[in-house]
Design a protein around this ligand. Sequence first.
Ligand SMILES: [Zn+2]
Ligand SMILES: [Zn+2]
Length: 54
Amino acid sequence: MVRCPYCVESGEFKVMTDAEGIEGRICGRCGHLAMPSNPLFECRCAKCAGLKVF
Ligand SMILES: [Zn+2]
Ligand SMILES: [Zn+2]
């Protein structure tokens, strides 16, 4: 089970659901993508993009 590192729901990190079209998981709240099978994958959601600014 993969959880979104950015979204907390009911005191727990939100569980990410299967993403369509790719072998990964997506957070339905912030759009964060995770692809455990691909370490080179870069998520382009607003949260991850914001982190890269620093
Ligand atoms: Zn999220
Ligand atoms: Zn992201």
